[in-house]
Write a protein that binds this ligand. Structure first.
Ligand code: BEZ
Ligand code: FE
Length: 287
């Protein structure tokens, strides 16, 4: 029997985990073992610290369910989610950049027409967000579906609220022949990520701001183009420089212009003042 020592444990564990039958899994597990062991050596991990980490991971699992995605939140605040997005979406600089999905997207949103109101009764300042979806050559993308979702002005997403039986602040819009889309919603506000769990416990022991700047989420899936997961942020919003999940990009910041009551971009009219934001999504063809 080969004695296990502080010096050979990493090689032994590495060899064992490279036996994974799938070669990619073997590569991932072997690297994980090496980096975990290096980490423990570098910080001279104590048994009390190891136990605290195990308990933190256990609490993270215990608080998670199909709506509360605490491990993804941990990945987001550690910058891992955004790193993975950046490495896997090296798009043309002229294309709309991708950012994190976040934990609040819900499948199966209702389809609304041009200028349809996805805020339907939720209080807030009316916002019309419109533009075109086009390709890198400027050709309009017709029939593209924009799946849109956002938080209310208290920072709550539908999945965080109990007893909601209708879609709330989320909808799908299909682009017209000219690539045009128009979303009627309410102006988003900055909000805090959930702070009542293990991720919040850790953040509250640092000087990290736990807020995200005001934004609206988009998932744009069009056959023949790279799927795009992104957000649009309000110009001048608080927390743009300190987004707790590292999701902001200058190209995704749009101006919200103040408009008086009257005609709106969808050809309708608003009885109250409203905000207008314009943004053209630029899609990259699949390689
Ligand atoms: C969001 O924008 O919905 C979000 C993203 C990452 C973590 C928490 C929230
Ligand atoms: Fe969000």
């Amino acid at each position: 029997m080969q004695p296990v020592t502080e010096d050979n444990i990493t090689d032994l564990a590495h060899q064992r985990w490279t036996t994974a039958r799938d070669p990619r899994l073997a590569e991932l597990l072997a690297a994980l073992v090496r980096h975990l062991h290096d980490f423990a050596r570098e910080v001279r991990l104590t048994e009390a610290e190891w136990m605290a980490a195990m308990q933190w991971l256990t609490r993270t699992g215990q608080i998670s369910d199909d709506k509360r995605l605490e491990f993804i939140l941990a990945s987001d605040v550690l910058g891992l989610s955004m790193l993975v997005v950046q490495m896997n979406h090296r798009l043309d600089p002229a294309a709309t950049p991708a950012t994190v999905l976040g934990p609040f997207h819900i499948e199966g949103s209702p389809e609304l027409g041009y200028g349809g109101d996805m805020s339907d009764g939720v209080p807030g300042t009316p916002l019309y967000l419109h533009g075109v979806v086009r390709d890198l050559e400027g050709k309009p993308v017709a029939g593209g579906v924009l799946d849109v979702w956002q938080a209310d002005t208290e920072g709550a997403y539908e999945s965080q609220l109990p007893d909601i039986d209708e879609a709330r602040l989320r909808a799908k819009y299909t682009t017209r022949e000219d690539g045009g889309y128009c979303v009627r919603t309410i102006a988003p506000k900055g909000y805090s990520i959930p702070m009542d769990g293990p991720v919040g416990d850790l953040i509250s022991r640092t000087a990290i701001s736990h807020f995200r700047p005001a934004h609206i989420h988009f998932l744009v899936n069009v056959p023949g183009y790279e799927p795009l997961i992104t957000h649009l942020f309000q110009e001048g919003a608080e927390y743009l420089d300190s987004d707790v999940v590292f999701g902001t990009k200058q190209e995704l910041v749009v101006r919200f212009e103040q408009r008086e009551a009257g005609e709106t971009p969808d050809g309708g009219s608003s009885a109250e003042p409203w905000l207008e934001a314009r943004y053209d999504f630029v899609l990259q063809p699949t390689s």
